[in-house]
Design a protein around this ligand. Sequence first.
Ligand SMILES: Cc1cc2nc3c(=O)[nH]c(=O)nc-3n(C[C@H](O)[C@H](O)[C@H](O)COP(=O)(O)OP(=O)(O)OC[C@H]3O[C@@H](n4cnc5c(N)ncnc54)[C@H](O)[C@@H]3O)c2cc1C
Ligand code: FES
Length: 518
Amino acid sequence: MADDDPSSKPDFTKGVSLNRIPDGGSLAGRIGGDEAILVRRGETVFCVGAHCTHYHGPLGDGLVVGTTVHCPWHHACFSLETGEPLRAPALDPIACWRVERQGDQVFAREKLPEFSGRKAVAAGRAPSSIVIVGGGGAGLAAADMLRRDGYDGPLTILSADDSPPSDRPNLSKDFLAGTAKDDWIPLRGPEFYADRKIDLVLNAHVSALDVAQKRVQVDGGKSYAFDRLLIATGAEPVHLDIPGSTAQQVHYLRSFSDSKAIVAKTETAKTVVVIGASFIGLEVAASLRARKLDVHVVAPEQQPPERIMGSEIGRFVRALHEDHGVIFHLGQTVAGVAGRKVTLKDGWTVDADFLVVGVGVRPLTAIAENAGLTIDRGIAVNEFLETSAPGIFAAGDVARWPDPHTGQRIRVEHWVVAERMGQAAAKNLLGRHERFDAVPFFWSQHYDVTINYVGHAETWDSIKVDGDLSKQDAAVSYIKGGKTLALATVFRDLFSLDTEANMERSEVQAASTKSRDF
Ligand SMILES: Cc1cc2nc3c(=O)[nH]c(=O)nc-3n(C[C@H](O)[C@H](O)[C@H](O)COP(=O)(O)OP(=O)(O)OC[C@H]3O[C@@H](n4cnc5c(N)ncnc54)[C@H](O)[C@@H]3O)c2cc1C
Ligand code: FES
């Protein structure tokens, strides 16, 4: 029987010897038809579901830290005691079973009740109402955590989007490649909002914030009063002025509608020009190659994505795309478009059915700026994610926070960070006063290769490559002043998790000596 056949694995209800479970590690098995893992911490053993509730990552290959297990794929973290998804990107709990010891034998018994949240916040201490501006990763994760943490007062999400909070990273990957269905994209179904009494208002663009009156105004609509507010407006793609092009020809990618519009074009198109060799641009290139389009990537830099990750990863990513038939025009820009003809600065031309621009994003700070909040290339927040206006918090792509690891104020555009900021902001909206000290993490996927990145390095003194990128087995460290600021890995998931955990431990120590600041 194949190893991945659940019936070939030990049945935990029949008992297994404690010695078979490595201390600080796990043993894969099953409970009836359910795949499960036993995790051991000294004499204590936990039994939980074997798969992450984000994208089904194998938790048995993850990292056990204290009484939590971290997923190897995108670093979600679950409680081994309750199954709670403690850290995004997973938002749903894993199953837990009661474990019984008889001598050296360990038995899984009945399934424990699914984790469903904590008891209500004490009356009088809870905000009288909370409004979240922004229905993206940060906004949804915040709303989810508010209800999980027992807040049962009025909760409204005002979103300029025309669709409910979506799995945005998927929009340039499986959905665009045609391997994920429409119904995979919403992060939550309508029943989630109904059951939790979350008032999700779509097509609601907030145009003004009145800090003194504690109100936000929706364009052409009503205004909403709040006791506490979270601004999670994210970022918008930078638009390019491409001489001769029409709005129908040029696509940007941020929302579900944007991705659907590109998919619709692929039905008849043969050739696309992608402008920008950012991760999103390159993920678009990979997904459109999967749909058999001819893909030309035009970018001013000499090596993508060198600026963010250095020349080693740059060469690797470029070679990966070239192996899949992407044609790069580097050190180039588009000079103009005439009908289907796209002309580059050097005079080279191609007939293209459409163009996709991925040249970066800018944070959507207007409502905060106009309301007089402190802005610092994003909305400035302190370590509790509170803005310069008490009771108003910001999270996600729009917020710049004091990162304890680098000692700098940083703003990043990472899905997991946005969700974790939303979760941390939720706790602080409830007055819990918890520092946001997560190590930044992002992943990017190109064909069947995923690059995981932990930490944050805007500049570095040196880069150290351990392993062999050409064999897709490597860890690349970004070092400054003798300290590893960030690590990029290709198929070295456990090392990435370990590095994240080590960075977190040192951050917590550093942060405990610092005071609140703007
Ligand atoms: C195609 C794509 C692929 C990506 N892939 C990855 C990846 O692989 N890995 C990774 O780490 N990151 C990835 N990212 C980045 C990641 O999606 C973002 O970092 C994340 O979405 C930020 O979350 P957010 O909640 O801050 O902002 P968003 O998700 O952008 O949400 C902002 C929300 O605010 C709303 N809004 C804005 N202004 C207003 C207003 N004035 N009034 C009301 N509502 C408003 C918007 O409509 C939206 O609902 C990707 C991004 C895109 C676009
Ligand atoms: S599959 Fe586990 S975090 Fe994504």
